[in-house]
Design a protein around this ligand. Structure first.
Ligand SMILES: [Mg+2]
Length: 389
């Protein structure tokens, strides 16, 4: 039986939640983001998008475009609550479910059709339930795998419903710009551009051999993704929120070229990230550094560790090495971030190297600090180097 995957993505989530909770903002341009003018837009209501405001745009620019908009901070607890309630709705339709982010989820509904009817009917029922029970709209994509379903969910928004079948794939994919491919970052897109490849159709004509030579492991992903191939499963949902990655980032108070200042900021981010990983019971082996330059060009660099970790300092060492191997030239940095991915649950047996004494000690240290943090709050302990400044 052909797999059937449904990808659901709630529309303008952070802004919509505010409009549901505070009726005075309904029908109004709402721009959520911050804090401060140097932050970016997390979400813009569709009323605000008419003015050209969109997410990831700097807040000062959004203010220029939409001076009469309502600028509000993200209501974290309310969004978490709506996200949990949406998950409960999705779970009525399948036990195979993977939360991708706070407002996106992927469902395997291959086996759900006998009980709930054809896929379009399931999708419409989900949209109705989300609207009736939460007051939110959700855009849904249906496809033979996660990659295609995700791309279909972006086809029409808001409140969209798009199905892409396996035989429509080549025709629909070919004219799209490569940047539309899921999992393809702007750096790879630029490299492809330089090779004269701007559409997915052009990418389809490049051999696997050539792509692997040019892009390494990413080349294999490009080859499969350009054909709409993706065999990643949707696991059974165990009620715990599944994270594919966890990240922390910070927009600096001022753009800087000072590597030591960036390194110090990174240390603070890794501290918090490690604490979150341990709290949620995850470890990860891939560490990614994200840098956004003053001109908003964003780059990411990753490294894979020999074993999964949740230790602040191990994450920091890896990220710091990536930071110091970067050459920004004359450019200043406005934002720095770190992510840990390839996450496994704490309980998963992990093969430790015989000589990995260090991390064990670091780990116990981190846990001791967590104990104190949970008793006295996060501000009691800071690393000595954080206090120095
Ligand atoms: Mg969304």
């Amino acid at each position: 039986m052909e797999r059937l995957i449904l990808h659901a993505d709630m529309d303008a989530f952070f802004a919509s939640v505010i409009q549901v909770l505070k009726p005075q903002y309904r029908g109004q341009p709402v721009i959520v983001g911050g804090p401060g003018e140097r932050g970016v837009v997390s979400a813009a209501s569709y009323e605000a998008r008419k003015f050209g405001v969109h997410s990831a745009m700097p807040l000062w620019k959004a203010r220029q475009l939409c001076p009469r908009g309502h600028f509000l901070p993200v209501d974290g607890p309310a969004c978490q609550d709506f996200s949990r309630r949406a998950l409960a709705i999705y779970q009525r339709y399948t036990p195979r479910l993977l939360p991708i982010s706070i407002d996106e989820v992927c469902l395997d509904i291959t086996g759900s059709q006998k009980l709930f009817g054809p896929p379009l009917q399931i999708a419409r029922e989900i949209q109705k339930a989300i609207y009736d029970e939460l007051g939110l709209t959700v855009s849904i994509g249906l496809g033979p795998n996660r990659l295609v379903a995700k791309m279909a969910s972006e086809w029409q928004k808001p409140n969209g419903l798009t199905r892409i079948t396996a035989d429509q794939l080549p025709e629909i994919f070919a004219p799209l710009p490569v940047s539309k491919l899921w999992g393809l970052g702007p750096v790879t897109a630029q490299r492809l551009q330089r090779l004269g490849i701007s559409t997915i159709g052009q990418l389809q004509r490049i051999s696997l051999l050539l792509l692997e030579r040019e892009f390494g492991l990413m080349g294999r992903h490009l080859y499969a993704a350009s054909r709409g191939q993706d065999d990643s499963p949707v696991p059974l949902y165990d009620g715990k929120r599944e994270y594919r990655q966890m990240s922390e980032e910070r927009t600096l108070a001022r753009d800087t070229r000072d590597v030591e200042l960036l390194s110090l900021t990174l240390l603070g981010l890794c501290d918090h990230l490690g604490w979150r990983l341990r709290r949620e019971g995850y470890q990860g082996r891939q560490v990614t550094l994200k840098i956004r330059l003053a001109d908003f060009q964003t780059m990411t660099r990753s490294v894979t560790l020999s074993a999964p970790t949740d230790v602040d300092y191990t994450i920091f060492q890896a990220a710091d090495r990536l930071l110091r191997s970067q050459h920004f030239g004359a450019k200043r940095v406005r934002l720095i971030g770190v992510a840990v991915s390839g996450l496994v649950q704490d309980g998963t047996p992990v093969q430790l190297s015989l000589f990995s004494e260090g991390p064990g000690r670091q780990r116990r240290l981190s846990r001791a600090r967590d104990d104190i943090t949970s008793r006295f709050g996060p501000d009691v302990i800071s690393r000595a180097s954080l206090m120095a400044g």
